[in-house]
Design a protein around this ligand. Structure first.
Ligand SMILES: Cc1cc2nc3c(=O)[nH]c(=O)nc-3n(C[C@H](O)[C@H](O)[C@H](O)COP(=O)(O)O)c2cc1C
Length: 277
C-alpha cells in the first residue's frame, strides 16, 4: 500500500494499527497458515515532504517490507534495516538497479513495459536478463502480469516473484471508484496511454479517463518535470486520471480479491502441468 494513499498523513498510523492488529489476530487464529508479509510503498522523491514522518511510522510498526521508488536513499534503507525490515526498490533499467543495490536495497522490483502507474519501457526479458548477470538477490517482476501463466513466466525468466497491480483494482476490496473498476474490466492494452503529463514521470493510464478530463489521449503535451510534487500538500489536479497497466484483458469482472488469487493459482498450476514441470 502506498503510504501517500493515507491522507491526511495521520491516517497512516490508523491504517498501520488496523493492518498489524488484523494480521496478528489472523496469525493467532491460523498458526498453520500465517499471513504473508505486507509492504508499504514510499515515494523517495525530494518533493515528498512526508517521507520522514511516514518512515518513522513504518519503523514504529515494524512494516516487514518497504518498497521505495523515485529515489534510492541510504538513510531510508538503514531505517528499515534497524528493525529487520526488507527494502525492495522499484527500477526501470539496469543502471538504476545497480544504484539501488549500492545504496543498500535488499532486492529489486523490475518495473517493465506495460506496468500500471509509473512504468518503464524495457521488455521484461531484457530487464531481468541484464540484472541477473550481476544480482542474485530477490527480484519481483512487474508489468502487465494478470494471469497465473504470466506468474510462471516471470519465474522462468529469472524473477523470484510476480508483482501484480492493475488486476487488483477490479476487486471488491480495492478503494477505487466503481467506474474506475468497471473501466479496468472494459479495457484492453489498446486503451492504455503512456504519458508523463500527470506526475512529471512517465506512467500508464486508461485513455477513457483522459478523455473524460477533456484531453485527447493521442496528443498529450509533455509535462514540466520541475512541477513534480509528491508532498502532503500535493493538489490532486489529476485525481480522476486512472493509472492502469496493459495486462487487464485478463480481467473480466469485479470480483473479491480471494477469487482473483484463486484464479491465478489455478492458472499457475495448469500452466505447470501443460509444460510438464
Ligand atoms: C493506480 C496505480 C498507482 C500506483 N502507485 C504506486 C506507488 O505509489 N508506488 C509504487 O511503488 N508503485 C505504484 N504503482 C505500481 C505498482 O506497484 C506495480 O508496479 C504495477 O502496478 C505493476 O504493473 P501492473 O499494474 O501491470 O500489474 C501503482 C500502480 C497503479 C496502477
Amino acid at each position: 500500500m502506498p503510504s501517500l494513499n493515507a491522507r491526511p498523513a495521520e491516517q497512516l498510523e490508523e491504517w498501520l494499527i488496523e493492518i498489524t492488529e488484523a494480521l496478528a489476530k489472523h496469525n493467532q487464529d491460523h498458526p498453520d497458515q500465517p499471513a504473508a508479509p505486507f509492504a508499504i510503498n514510499q515515494i523517495v522523491h525530494k518533493s515528498n515532504d512526508r517521507l520522514e514522518h511516514d518512515m518513522a511510522l513504518c519503523v514504529k510498526y515494524k512494516v516487514p517490507i518497504i518498497i521505495t521508488s523515485l529515489g534510492a536513499r541510504e538513510d531510508v534503507n538503514a531505517a528499515a534495516h534497524s528493525y529487520g525490515g526488507v527494502v525492495l526498490h522499484d527500477i526501470i533499467n539496469n543502471k538504476f538497479a545497480k544504484k539501488a543495490i549500492e545504496k543498500g536495497a535488499d532486492g529489486l522490483i523490475a518495473v517493465a513495459a506495460g506496468a500500471g502507474g509509473h512504468a518503464g519501457v524495457k521488455s521484461p526479458f531484457a530487464l531481468i536478463q541484464e540484472i541477473r548477470e550481476w544480482f542474485d538477490g530477490p527480484i519481483a517482476l512487474s508489468g502487465s502480469i494478470a494471469t497465473g501463466d504470466a506468474v510462471l513466466a516471470a519465474q522462468a525468466m529469472g524473477a523470484d516473484f510476480a508483482y501484480i497491480g492493475s488486476a487488483f483494482i477490479a476487486t471488491d476490496e480495492a478503494r477505487a471508484a466503481d467506474n474506475y473498476k468497471q473501466a479496468v474490466v472494459d479495457a484492453s492494452s489498446d486503451d492504455i496511454v503512456y504519458s508523463n503529463l500527470f506526475t512529471g514521470v512517465h506512467g500508464n493510464y486508461l485513455a477513457p479517463s483522459i478523455r473524460n478530463a477533456g484531453l485527447d489521449p493521442d496528443h498529450l503535451p509533455e509535462s514540466d518535470p520541475s512541477k513534480m510534487n509528491f508532498g502532503g500538500d500535493a493538489k490532486k489536479a489529476w485525481k480522476d486520471i486512472w493509472g492502469c497497466g496493459q495486462g487487464i484483458s485478463a480481467v473480466k469482472a469485479v470480483v473479491p480479491a480471494a477469487e482473483l488469487v484463486a484464479r491465478l493459482k489455478r492458472e499457475y498450476q495448469a500452466a505447470k502441468q501443460r509444460l510438464a514441470i
